[in-house]
Write a protein that binds this ligand. Structure first.
Ligand SMILES: Cc1cc2nc3c(=O)[nH]c(=O)nc-3n(C[C@H](O)[C@H](O)[C@H](O)COP(=O)(O)O)c2cc1C
Length: 174
């Protein structure tokens, strides 16, 4: 897809079909993640966890429901694939956020380019990183914690036609 069309196509999708993404699509998304910049080139300060096993996704949702006290909340929106981005604890919070953010955006844009639906998940990671059971379940490496996650799959609804504009973010030009 032409680059600006990909940027315009990216949008948050929160309703997915049951169809799993293909191995080729997953590889493309992981390659996009690996192509992102990283603070001081320290790629060893980042870790990705791909979750596709339905029973693990069910456990993650259950842990989140328990943590927030809402048994109906579907925090991963039923997406067939969730990819967690974890960062090294030793990095400053802002560096963790920035490192995870650029990896996330590369993955979201790749998903859009592939015609997949995806959404940026933040709350889920913030609740779950403190949850020992889930950290173990996700096999998060020692010294890392989850910062954010992408939920990705096929959108259950038609994607919106979007155009690019400059009206959303206030901008000062000097
Ligand atoms: C840091 C960050 C955290 C976000 N956390 C969530 C989240 O936990 N759940 C969710 O459904 N969307 C989340 N989003 C998605 C935003 O709500 C969404 O990108 C925004 O409303 C703009 O809509 P769009 O993505 O369709 O353009 C998050 C986005 C960012 C950048």
């Amino acid at each position: 897809m032409e680059f600006n069309k990909t940027i315009a196509a990216r949008q948050s999708v929160r309703k997915f079909t049951e169809a799993q993404i293909t191995d080729e699509q997953l590889k493309a998304i992981l390659e996009a993640a690996n192509a992102a910049p990283a603070c001081m080139g320290q790629y060893d300060h980042l870790h990705l966890t791909v979750v596709q096993k339905p029973e693990i996704l069910v456990q993650i949702n259950a842990a989140f429901q328990k943590a927030v006290g809402d048994p109906n909340m579907q925090v991963t929106y039923g997406a067939p694939t969730v990819i967690y981005v974890s960062c090294k604890n030793e990095d400053e919070e802002i560096v963790k956020g920035c490192n995870a953010g650029v990896v996330m955006e590369n993955m979201l844009l790749e998903a859009a380019d592939l015609g997949l639906g995806a959404v940026y998940l933040f709350g889920v990671s913030q609740v779950l990183f403190a949850n020992e059971e889930i950290t173990k379940l996700l096999q998060i490496p020692e010294g890392f914690r989850t910062v954010s996650a992408i939920a990705v799959g096929t959108s259950a609804d038609a994607l919106q036609e979007r155009t690019l504009g400059t009206d959303k973010i206030s901008t000062t030009t000097l």
